[in-house]
Design a protein around this ligand. Structure first.
Ligand SMILES: [Zn+2]
Length: 279
């Protein structure tokens, strides 16, 4: 679909870059005035969202280590190219002309300590990147969470990016219904602003990406995130991300233990086939 719009930002451009170079340069200067280009065709990119890991599936958000390893094997077997989330954002914003074929992004929310113990070593072994969305109030505080020292160590790992999941993980959509308007606006602004300050102070990180707690947001919150300076924000919708998705509510696949390697393979193949069709 939308193949007629496809000048430089269309899907797997690697193959056509040789003939699109001049067009792309012209389009680049035209679109320089538009902060974000209008959605057109392009890669369908699975962005996977993990939470925690254990030997047994103790709750709905816990993926067994064994299952996680099967997921990683499936990604490798299907030839997935693991890219940093910021590369997808640059592509979505029109700042990057193309992505590798079979691009896939890994993310993990909440800063659970099993991410340091199970997730990061396995990604290090494969040289794969990941974005960790943390909410600072839990770090070095909640018993289940990583410490600031662990996050400092995580940052040393190539490809690990640490970004914002608000300050204390509120359900902002519910809060808008239950709080007085002015109080809600103030609280929501704090939730978006404070993690950026803390990440700067504690880790020297300029957080520019946001994962909505519970994946939930609304149009007003999305505008607030943009005004706060975030370059994109992420939801949980169990479908792959395309250029047609709103930049401040980008879908991610919620990875749970019941999502086995066959279902993951099905979703990956679906996304890869869509990207090929749009070429
Ligand atoms: Zn969360």
């Amino acid at each position: 679909m939308n193949a007629s719009h496809d000048t430089c930002f269309g899907a797997p451009l690697s193959r056509r870059a040789w003939l699109g170079g001049a067009l792309c340069a012209a389009w680049g200067s035209l679109s320089a005035h538009a902060a974000i280009r209008s959605p057109a065709s392009g890669h369908s990119v699975p962005i996977l969202a993990y939470h925690r890991f254990a030997d047994s599936a103790v709750d709905s958000m816990t993926v067994r280590t064994q299952r996680f390893e099967a997921h990683l094997d499936t990604l490798a077997q299907l030839g997935a190219q693991l890219i940093p989330l910021s590369d997808w954002v640059a592509y979505r914003r029109g700042e990057r002309p193309h992505l590798p074929e079979r691009a896939v992004v890994l993310t993990a929310d909440d800063g659970h300590r099993s991410q340091a113990e199970v997730l990061l070593p396995r990604l290090k072994a494969r040289g794969w990147p990941i974005t960790l969305f943390i909410y600072p109030s839990a770090i070095s505080n909640a018993s289940y969470a990583m410490t600031w020292d662990q996050l400092r160590q995580a940052r040393q790992q190539t490809g690990v990016s640490i970004q914002s999941h608000t300050y204390w993980h509120p359900n902002l959509v519910r809060d808008r219904r239950t709080m007085a308007a002015a109080a809600f606006e103030q609280a929501a602004r704090m939730q978006l602003h404070r993690p950026r300050e803390v990440l700067r102070q504690k880790l020297g990180v300029e957080a520019h990406l946001l994962a909505w707690p519970f994946g939930l947001s609304d149009a007003g919150l999305q505008q607030m995130a943009e005004a706060e300076g975030y370059r994109a924000a992420f939801a949980l919708e169990n479908r792959s991300a395309s250029l047609n998705d709103p930049l401040y509510a980008v879908p991610r696949h919620l990875m749970v233990d019941s999502l086995d390697e066959h279902e993951l393979a099905r979703r990956l193949r679906h996304a890869f086939a869509q990207s090929t069709r749009e070429e």
